[in-house]
Ligand binder design. Structure first.
Ligand SMILES: [Zn+2]
Length: 264
């Protein structure tokens, strides 16, 4: 029987992933992550082993591109991969199938030209500085100086890698609507109910100081912003908004607050 082109692609990809997993996770990467990513120190042994597997596959599975004249080192790729893969620690590997390549810039990128603003029907042509960007078919763009600072300072509640990769998870069902792909309808329904209440509260300016008002732009930005807080300040989120924490926990299948209580 003839092998279809798509099968050949899958076999190549499978082989690449398998080969990556046969290589041991270098000690130098562990040292790097232990010193650069605060969340790494909160994981237990099983979680770290799972994250190491995800990182090795992610590194070879995705294309990496540097902005002009930027030295995109292995350390940079490893740290970005670890933060991206932390989000899918409890999910199936396939959640990042839509991520094709990552483009890394040394610092803020300034967008020019006419573009959408995230608010339906509103466009703008003023220069827009961005730390990251995610789209359906384009690269995930990351500003390295922001990413490395975010990894070391979760207490600030911002992480450009969590933010942009949350957008990619949102796009997993081909809709950018703040609701990612769920396995069962009840969990999805609970997600929609809780997130709608919290999103409306943020839009009215009544959500309190924890959530960045940028999350009020639209439901997709809301999901990205609350993902940052879920991983960066889980105890604060669980205390201030237990329902929101609960639905995020049900999607990510992780409990970062318990992790902080145990080892923080
Ligand atoms: Zn965003």
């Amino acid at each position: 029987m003839a092998v279809r082109i798509s099968d050949m692609f899958s076999l190549t990809r499978y082989g690449r992933r398998r080969k990556a997993l046969l290589q041991p996770f270098p000690d130098a990467w562990r040292t790097l992550l232990a010193s650069s990513l605060v969340h790494w120190g909160l994981l237990d042994d099983d979680e770290r082993t799972r994250l190491e597997d995800l990182v090795r596959v992610f590194l070879v599975d995705k294309k990496w591109q540097a902005a002009r004249d930027f030295d995109l080192t292995e350390d940079i790729r490893v740290l970005i991969s670890a933060m991206a893969c932390l989000l899918i620690l409890g999910l199936d590997d396939g959640y990042y199938d839509t991520v094709r390549w990552i483009e890394v810039h040394p610092t803020t990128v300034v967008r020019t030209g006419l573009r959408g603003t995230g608010v339906p029907g509103v466009v703008s042509d003023s220069p827009l500085p961005i730390l990251g960007e995610a789209s359906f078919d384009g690269p995930v763009i990351i500003a390295w100086d922001a990413a490395v600072a975010n990894a070391r300072h979760p207490e600030r509640g911002h992480n450009v890698v969590y933010h942009e990769f949350a957008h990619k998870l949102d796009m997993g069902d081909r809709l950018v609507d703040g609701t990612p792909r769920f396995e069962d309808a009840d969990t999805r329904q609970r997600w929609i109910e809780v997130c709608t209440v919290e999103f409306e509260s943020l839009r009215r300016g009544e959500a309190g100081p924890l959530l960045d008002p940028y999350g009020a732009v639209n439901p997709a930005e809301f999901f990205a912003v609350v993902t940052e807080i879920f991983f960066d300040r889980p105890l604060d989120l669980q205390h201030a908004k237990p329902d929101l924490y609960g639905v995020l926990q049900s999607f990510y299948r992780q409990d970062p607050a318990a992790r902080e209580r145990a080892r923080g």
